[in-house]
Design a protein around this ligand. Structure first.
Ligand code: NAD
Length: 386
């Protein structure tokens, strides 16, 4: 078996490291940099500081913030127009997964004209985009270290998964201080999203010896720190560990894969307008309960790594302990049930089931799951999460 591990060329971590963005871009011979920044941070002092530091080095800048959470092809086109107006040669992306993904695709679109939908799927990007420095602010998606972007195709109402090694950021700057401002629900949803990355990377049919330790370390950090980061948003040690875990989750799944939770989460999020982290969070316990009999030993290793079980317990007891913990975690972090996310509208939910289940299976992610479900089983899983 051969294994391969891709990552950004440089990863910088630590409190305050956000200010390294300017020197990194300078070292990449940038002359004109598009700053793609989450609207939440558009007027933040540190973004000004990065811009001023770039300008002092003779690097021209412009800012693009006109995009939504779970971004669309239109957002990418608008950003690509801003990139071309500046005649930019580099990008710094600051924000959650949405900012990072839109920035990745602005770069891809700048190098490869044509509709964004042409890139949907695996390895469809011909020419690499410009150097990209990714500065995450949510401790969730790990997009700063993945070959993935998720963009909604507005014409077809489909969340496109775009996977290509050319989408790996050139550098990632992971500064946990940027996550202090997250409110509790966002901390919970993006934190369980990162946990989903760790678990799915570990149990995936594409898991490999290079991704396994990274995935387990991600899961362990989240087990130890997510409740503390949620309870006290200013807990620096917990925030730092969560930022690190999210980075590891991204590195693990991009070199292994995600599985059934992600397959189901994309259509669910699209139909009911749920943010990505929330749609993953509501599905994780139910999908884990369904999947563990397909890879009992792997799920049991996770349970033992986080000391929910010991070597004396059987694998199935360890798997039960793991799923019980996932239920408890959601409960403790006040993650709502699926029915609450869907406005308790059971008729609309049932009417959407077939399409959501079909789209989930067609996305390709469920094929990496320890148990590959039928469409009817995915419908049952949605019902079980309700
Ligand atoms: P997000 O980027 O969509 O942000 C969610 C909300 O939080 C936004 O309103 C944003 O303004 C706000 N926000 C961001 N940082 C904040 C902070 N520090 N304090 C307060 N508010 C803040 O959320 P996300 O979960 O990071 O990203 C979700 C997107 O990433 C989805 O589109 C999802 O499909 C995609 N995704 C991408 C990958 C990948 O590998 N590329 C992996 C998983 C998910």
């Amino acid at each position: 078996m051969t294994s391969r591990f891709d990552s950004p060329r440089a990863i910088i971590t630590g409190g305050g490291c956000r200010l390294h963005a300017a020197e990194l871009l300078f070292s990449m011979q940038a002359h004109r940099t598009l700053v793609v920044v989450d609207p939440f941070f558009a007027t933040a002092d540190f973004v000004d500081e990065i811009g001023s530091a770039l300008n002092r080095q003779g690097i021209a800048t412009d800012t693009f913030s006109n995009f939504q959470p779970d971004p669309t092809d239109q957002n990418v086109s608008d950003g690509a127009a801003a990139f071309s107006r500046l005649d930019a040669d580099s990008i710094v992306a600051i924000g959650g997964g949405s900012a990072l993904d839109v920035a990745k695709m602005i770069g891809a679109a700048a190098a490869n004209p044509g509709p964004i939908a042409q890139f949907q799927g695996y390895h469809k990007i011909s020419k690499p985009g410009p150097p990209l420095v990714a500065v995450p602010t949510t401790a969730g998606t790990g997009s700063e270290a993945t070959k993935v972007a998720v963009i909604t195709d507005t014409a077809r109402n489909v969340k496109m998964m775009i996977l290509d090694a050319k989408l790996m950021p050139t550098a990632a700057i992971v500064d946990y201080e940027l996550t202090f401002s997250m409110p509790k629900p966002l901390t919970a949803h993006v934190g369980v999203d990162a946990l989903t990355h760790g678990i799915e990377a570990y149990v995936s049919r594409k898991a490999n010896p290079l991704t396994d330790p990274v995935a387990l370390s991600c899961i362990t950090k989240i087990h130890q720190n997510l409740p503390a980061a949620w309870a006290d948003p200013q807990n620096a040690q917990a925030r730092e560990a969560m930022s690190f875990a999210a980075l590891q989750g991204g590195l693990a799944f991009t070199n292994s894969s995600v599985c059934l939770v992600h397959g189901m989460s994309r259509p669910l999020g699209l139909v009911f307008r749920l943010p990505h982290g929330l749609s993953n969070s509501v599905l994780l316990p139910t999908v884990t309960r369904f999947s563990w009999p397909g890879a009992e030993a792997r799920y049991a290793e996770i349970a033992r790594a986080i000391k929910l079980a010991s070597g004396k317990n059987s694998d199935d007891m360890a798997c039960e302990a793991l799923t019980d913990w996932l239920d408890r975690l959601n409960n403790d972090l006040r993650v709502p049930r699926l029915r609450e996310c869907c406005g308790d509208d059971i008729d609309r939910f049932r009417a959407s089931l077939k399409k959501m289940a079909t789209d989930a299976l067609e996305s390709g992610s469920p094929q990496n799951n320890p148990i590959v479900p039928q469409v009817s089983e995915i419908e049952e899983l949605f019902e079980a999460a309700w």
